[in-house]
Design a protein around this ligand. Structure first.
Ligand SMILES: Nc1nc2c(ncn2[C@@H]2O[C@H](COP(=O)(O)OP(=O)(O)OP(=O)(O)O)[C@@H](O)[C@H]2O)c(=O)[nH]1
Length: 487
């Protein structure tokens, strides 16, 4: 399509040449009438290329047909030498540009074939020179034609340059989106997810600065999560920005320009607009200006970030429900049993790898429930859980095993670790006072009493460690009951 104008010029110019020669020779309409057919070809070629499924291929074919037609026409014009040279050169060059040496050779063959074929059909006639005026006409036409072709090539080169820039940008966007997916999968919580996502975005697009804020839907003034990368925001700036975003709480569909006065930098905010169930999210970007490409990119990032955050929130909630006890927040029995199975397997595979268990039972919960109600019983359980948690180390697995039973697994420690914790519980919790509020609002002080049982894989086969700890805990309980009865 781009070559329509140069091609139309070339054929019109050749028609002019034909008329000139016809007038000089006096051959009149016998040359001019067939020459008129030449004028039709650029239009036919254009329609052919425009309607073809692959218009580029159709245009390349048209360039080959140009060679054949011009070969015939050079023969018709008795091989007027300047025309033959310039027209032939134009055909070869055009084909070389679009298809390399092979296509140029094909163009040469068609040009020569057209010229020879027509010569054989009509008898060869040679008239290499007509007049100086015609030479000037032909020379000027050739210059205009080659310059017009150069202009077409310049336009196409610029377009290619622009396309390359756009493709590179889209490539970066694509890579950044992939990065976000990987980061989201790896992150163990929302803070890490947002921090790492923004770090990757900033590494992929160092020319922009990014920030993300998740505000509670019901209370937009409360920002629950925030992450920043490549922005110079001090805590005051962050607060100002959060307040500004809270005022934009009405759902926005697209990116909004934020007031420069707020943080001293030109920032744009793209909303996550309903993509998160519990939060209103904003992706902030520092950019010199907002154009269509940047806005498209921000929408993609926001989609990806919102989907990753929502998935992570759901995943964490599910994990919590599956692993944690609803009342105390400690691990539940299911999680403890899976962890215990791993320890048992570990002991089978590496006999030197010991583990230990401590069982803890709160004495008198039934009485608390009966006397003060279940709310008070719940408070007692929660209070014990919190105190136990304080004495456990990060590697200990503390779980609520039953109503008033707690259990601690020491996955890679022996009996001494279990005894150490049992000692701490006896010293710091036994006989401690625990303040609870009954269902009727009365404040009651209870004394904490607990029965304990420790066992380790150095004492009994791995599968029986928990049973042994349980038996020891009941022995302890029986002992304590006897002592209390005596006391
Ligand atoms: N408030 C409350 N009570 C619970 C919960 N789970 C179990 N219980 C109650 O805890 C009591 C446990 O009874 P027992 O095993 O006899 O406990 P205890 O009274 O401490 O007696 P010993 O453990 O034998 O000293 C039962 O009354 C259960 O109904 C809970 O989540 N909240």
């Amino acid at each position: 399509m781009a070559t329509l104008a140069p091609r139309a010029f070339a054929f019109c110019h050749t028609f002019g040449l034909t008329v000139w020669i016809a007038l000089v020779e006096g051959s009149g309409w016998s040359l001019i009438l067939p020459g008129l057919l030449l004028l039709l070809w650029p239009g036919v070629a254009y329609v052919h290329a425009a309607r073809a499924q692959h218009s580029k291929h159709a245009e390349f074919k048209n360039l080959l047909l140009d060679s054949l037609l011009f070969g015939i026409w050079c023969s018709v014009l008795d091989f007027y030498v300047l025309a033959t040279l310039s027209i032939g050169l134009a055909c070869f060059m055009n084909n070389m540009v679009v298809g390399g040496p092979h296509r140029m050779l094909a163009s040469m063959a068609l040009f020569a074939g057209g010229a020879l074929g027509w010569g054989i059909l009509t008898g060869f006639a040679f008239r290499p020179y007509v007049s100086a005026g015609l030479d000037i006409y032909q020379g000027a036409g050739a210059v205009v034609y080659f310059l017009a072709i150069a202009r077409v090539m310049y336009g196409q080169n610029r377009q290619i340059g622009r396309s390359i820039v756009e493709i590179k940008f889209q490539n970066r966007v694509f890579h950044a989106l992939l990065d976000l997916g990987v980061v989201a999968n790896r992150a163990s919580n929302i803070h890490t997810l947002l921090d790492d996502s923004l770090k990757h975005l900033h590494a992929d697009f160092p020319e922009y600065g990014f920030a993300v804020f998740l505000q509670e839907c019901q209370r937009p003034e409360v920002t629950r999560y925030a992450a920043v990368a490549g922005l110079r925001l001090d805590p005051d700036d962050e607060h100002r920005l959060c307040r500004l975003l809270a005022t934009l709480h009405e759902p926005h569909a697209s990116t909004v320009k934020l007031s420069e006065k707020a943080v001293g930098e030109q920032l744009y905010a793209t909303p996550m607009a309903g993509r998160l169930s519990m939060y209103e999210g904003w992706l902030i970007v520092r950019a010199p200006k907002l154009d269509a490409a940047l806005e498209r990119m921000l929408t993609l990032f926001v989609d990806q970030l919102a989907a990753a955050t929502e998935n992570k929130l759901l995943h964490l909630a599910l994990k919590k429900t599956a692993e944690r006890d609803g009342l105390t927040g400690l691990y539940n029995r299911g999680f403890f049993e899976s962890a215990l199975q791993l320890s048992i397997q570990g002991k089978t595979q590496s006999p030197g790898l010991d583990f230990a268990v401590l069982m803890i039972d709160v004495d008198g919960l039934k009485e608390v429930n009966d006397r003060h109600g279940h709310v008070a019983g719940d408070q007692l359980i929660t209070s014990v859980a919190e105190r136990l948690q304080m004495h456990c180390r990060a590697s200990d697995i503390l779980a609520r095993y039953g109503g008033d039973e707690f259990v601690v697994l020491f996955p890679s420690a022996g009996l001494s670790a279990a005894n150490r914790l049992a000692g701490l519980v006896r010293t710091h919790m036994e006989d401690q006072r625990c303040l609870i509020t009954t269902a009727h609002g009365e404040r009651v002080t209870l004394t904490l009493r607990m029965s304990l049982g420790c066992a380790s894989s150095t004492e009994t086969p791995a599968q029986e460690v928990l049973t042994l700890a349980d038996e020891r805990m009941y022995d302890d309980k029986t002992q304590r009951r006897k002592q209390r009865a005596l006391g």
